[in-house]
Design a protein around this ligand. Structure first.
Ligand SMILES: Cc1cc2nc3c(=O)[nH]c(=O)nc-3n(C[C@H](O)[C@H](O)[C@H](O)COP(=O)(O)O)c2cc1C
Length: 353
């Protein structure tokens, strides 16, 4: 595993290995979307990752999709995150915060009745969990153009707060059917103004967010996550390969720390080789994710297909994943039943070697 365990310069950071911890929502935050000591312990346990990317973190109040997801929209949250960054840094680690607006995946039942917004008035199919049990996803209101600058600014403010809290940088969450993705993919974006229609228009919101976040904290501390194929949250695009090619090419101008690409669909519906297209068109550091074993990751890096791999469930269940890879040791199996349950069980109690 010479390649996977070798260092890599990622923007302003020198990673000691190429195994990132993928962002994982674990719904262990306290009331008021406050990060806590248990979360600090969990992340610190995983400090041997080349780079930890946190769970998606709310840039604005009343945009929760999961209930106990953390925020970074208040001074109090910023202060409370310091225990996580200090604990990770004390163990020699590096950590980015994934900054996020859920858009239409937020539910009023989780958000003090707040209205749900999106690029267009189209709902996510099916139901979602709320404190009153499962409820149908609501029909969002289409954002007016004059509302967009304040949301863009919220991402930049969140990035600034994340840096103040000690994070090494941020990953802009452009994946998995949340607000940015709701603009990007044509199955969710039916707008007929400057933010809809052509690929260029659908990318406008993302590019405004990236410009603002990069201006706020410097592009060498900003990553971006995209999921061209994922149908989670009722997402689809008519041309995932063209979409990937366009974005990968355009993203070069931002000089980001990295592009983090999910190569597949949670549900296996949409299929295409997006990694190859991204590699051809994108000049910067390319990170792959979804279903990689250490062996496949090693080979993909050796063949120059990508620069690093993010492991989700691997790190979830194995706090010492790089050490296991180094020693060729077996991996603990993730327990799905405790992915989103409160407390330490299935969170901070996975054994190290
Ligand atoms: C419990 C759980 C929570 C997740 N939460 C997030 C999240 O907050 N943000 C995100 O971009 N992806 C999230 N994902 C997707 C993972 O980052 C990753 O893409 C997925 O686990 C596939 O990678 P793997 O095969 O290495 O596990 C989540 C996945 C799981 C299993």
């Amino acid at each position: 595993m010479n390649k996977l365990l070798s260092p890599l310069q990622v923007g302003a950071l020198n990673l000691p290995n190429r195994m990132l911890m993928a962002p994982l929502t674990r719904t262990r935050a306290d009331a008021g979307h406050m990060p806590n000591a248990l979360m600090a312990e969990y992340y610190a346990q995983r400090a041997s990752a080349g780079l930890i990317v946190t769970e998606c973190t709310m840039v604005l109040p009343d945009t929760s999709a999961f209930g106990a997801d953390p925020g970074i929209y208040s001074q109090a949250q910023m202060e409370a995150w310091k225990q996580t960054t200090a604990a990770v840094h004390a163990k020699g680690g590096r950590i980015f915060m994934q900054i996020w607006h859920a858009g239409r995946a937020a539910h009023p039942g989780l958000n003090n009745g707040a209205e749900t917004v999106s690029s267009s008035a189209l709902a996510v199919e099916g139901e979602t969990h709320t404190p009153e049990g499962k409820k149908p996803n609501v029909l969002p209101r289409e954002l007016r153009v004059d509302e967009i600058p304040a949301i863009v600014q919220a991402y930049a403010d969140a990035a600034k707060r994340a840096r103040e809290a000690g994070f090494d940088g941020v990953e802009v969450h452009g994946a998995n059917g949340y607000l940015i993705d709701q603009f990007l993919r044509d199955g969710a974006n039916k707008r007929q103004d400057a933010y809809g229609g052509s690929m260029e228009n659908r990318a406008r919101f993302l590019f405004e967010v990236l410009d603002a976040v990069c201006a706020a904290i410097g592009p060498d501390r900003v990553g971006l996550r995209l999921s061209p194929l994922n149908s989670y949250n009722s997402m689809i695009d008519s041309d995932p390969l063209g979409w990937t090619a366009y974005l990968a090419e355009q993203l070069g101008r931002f000089q980001l720390a990295y592009l983090h690409l999910m190569r597949a669909d949670f549900f296996g519906v949409q299929k295409a080789d997006v990694m190859t297209v991204a590699r051809e068109k994108y000049q910067g550091v390319l990170i792959g994710n979804m279903g990689y074993s250490a062996e496949e990751a090693e080979q993909a890096i050796a063949e120059g297909k990508l620069d690093a791999v993010a492991f989700g469930t691997g790190f979830l269940a194995n706090p010492d994943l790089p050490e296991r890879v180094k020693r060729g040791a077996p991996w603990n199996k993730p327990d799905q039943a405790t992915f989103y349950t409160p407390g330490a069980k299935g969170y901070t109690d996975y054994p190290t070697l």
